[in-house]
Design a protein around this ligand. Sequence first.
Ligand code: NAD
Length: 259
Amino acid sequence: MKLLDGKRGVVFGIANDRSYAWCISRQLMDQGAKCVFTHLPGAKMEHRTRLAVEELGVRHPWMMPCDVQKDEDLDAVFGRLKQDFGKIDFLVHSVAFADRRFLEIGNFHTTPRAVWNQALDISAYSLLAMGQRAIDVMPDGGSILAMSYYGGEKVIPGYNIMGIAKAALEHTARYLALELGRKKIRVNTISGGPLRTLAASAVGGISAVFDHYKHKSPLGRNIEGEEVGNTAVFLLSDQSSAITGENIHVDCGYSTIGV
Ligand SMILES: NC(=O)c1ccc[n+]([C@@H]2O[C@H](COP(=O)([O-])OP(=O)(O)OC[C@H]3O[C@@H](n4cnc5c(N)ncnc54)[C@H](O)[C@@H]3O)[C@@H](O)[C@H]2O)c1
């Protein structure tokens, strides 16, 4: 018996086979979960997500376009989930965006209002938008997971507006956990160590961050995507049935060190 046998869920955020969402999906499926996916709208975006999903061994994947800035896209995804499956058991939010021109070391103070609003909308409000719709497709309860980063707790030069968005994301998860708890829906975040992905490549000074983690973390190395995937398995399974509103660091212990 595998940990996620009989469970089905939706994964937002596979761009390619380096995405955190891809690593998470692989481990979920390895534990028996059935996953369905969304991708950014447009043929090119659909193609790149489809290639990555097929690499996970999924033939004829269930995929829907979704720009999380658009309520109508979210409504369409959750409407089809309800129509096709009746209910789901878990949801993975692995989505973030900020204008890379404002992710340079030293330029946080120049962030314009529109750049702030877009980053917070895509990277944090989207969790609330998914959570409110998930209630309808999780009538028997469920588990929601979002991906965060330590830059939401401490200042990491160059992470800038994304740090603000991650602080908002983590606290959104806690408030959602309170209100969805009585509906037996749990909401947690994983604060993952740096991983070489498309999103990470937009952050100024990211190469130095990988070196820093290697030298400073108690385990003396960077994380593997699979390790975050394994923690996702735990949080989306019944093994974590009393855990909600939590932020679990999967960072080789980096966040526990003061100097
Ligand atoms: N890579 C890291 O070092 C790292 C560390 C900790 C947390 N995270 C977080 O992990 C999550 C996934 O990022 P990743 O590193 O795998 O990079 P990624 O680029 O592979 O994934 C980011 C995803 O966000 C999606 N996205 C962006 N704007 C969107 C929109 N408007 N609507 C719908 N989807 C949209 C992209 O299509 C992409 O699939 C993010 O929340 C990121 O902040 C990343």
